[in-house]
Write a protein that binds this ligand. Structure first.
Ligand code: PEP
Length: 249
């Protein structure tokens, strides 16, 4: 009932030339996939070219961040109007790398998500705990609090249309995937949090991805879990064959 969504976070990789080449290689590999939303999230400079290369394919394009203000003196930021202009349908917000390296806060993540949604761009809202929090055993509360902060001010109808990516920081880029059970435990808890915050309809509709070293070998086990609706993929999204295999789980 929930349509799976697999998104590739290219991070600070791929020039315009490399990004368009990747789309051209990926498009024929995934052209017959009808029941999964496929999203590629290139870096800002490649967004327009990648969106043009993806036109007419079943690959959607997403940005890696967006600012909440419409315009003005916000050096280095990108507005929703700019993303709409190039046809970005999704945007990643609150990635742990943005939070950890660039000081993004729960409040800022909420503002970015709300601005994107208001502009018709679906935010992929990231959450996830560090290794310390995981080992301390407080990760469910920690992630629930991130979700509550990020979804603050949305209506139940709006929340139903959002995408949340649960990405344990200790599994990102480390080759260490959470077990299928660990991913399911937290994704189920996120859904429960959404139900308590809004209602069961919103909780049943919202799509929750797992992210953290997802590979062709692990996607099937993850997707078999009832509360995992897709994946946010970093490293493996940079290889057309690997990403196509993930998309075709
Ligand atoms: C990510 O950073 O969103 C991610 C999941 O990266 P990787 O797949 O490389 O762990």
């Amino acid at each position: 009932m929930r349509r799976p969504i697999i998104a590739g976070n290219w991070k600070m990789n791929n020039t315009i030339a490399a990004g368009t080449a990747l789309i051209k290689e990926l498009a024929p590999l995934v052209k017959d996939v009808k029941d999964v939303d496929i999203v590629a999230c290139p870096t800002a400079t490649a967004l327009a070219a990648v969106a043009a290369a993806a036109k007419g394919t079943n690959i959607h394009v997403g940005a890696q961040n967006v600012h909440w203000e419409a315009k003005g003196a916000y050096t280095g930021e990108i507005s929703t109007e700019m993303l709409n202009e190039i046809g970005a349908e999704y945007v990643i917000v609150g990635h742990s790398e943005r939070r950890d390296y660039f000081g993004e806060t729960d409040e800022g993540v909420n503002k970015r998500a709300k601005a994107a949604f208001a502009a018709g761009i679906t935010p992929i809202i990231c959450c996830g705990e560090s290794l310390d929090i995981c080992e301390a055993g407080t990760y469910l509360d920690y992630v629930a609090n991130q979700v509550k902060a990020a979804l603050n001010g949305f209506s139940a109808e709006e929340a139903a249309k959002l995408v949340i990516a649960y990405e344990p920081i200790w599994a990102i880029g480390t080759g260490k995937t959470a077990t299928f059970e660990q991913a399911e435990e937290v994704c189920a808890h996120i859904r429960k949090t959404v139900a308590a915050m809004f209602n069961q309809t919103a909780a049943d509709a919202i799509r929750i991805q797992y992210g953290g070293s997802v590979k062709p070998a692990t996607i099937q086990g993850l997707m078999q879990k009832p509360n995992v609706d897709g994946a946010l993929v970093g490293g493996a999204a940079l290889k057309a064959v690997d990403f196509s295999q993930i998309v075709k789980f």
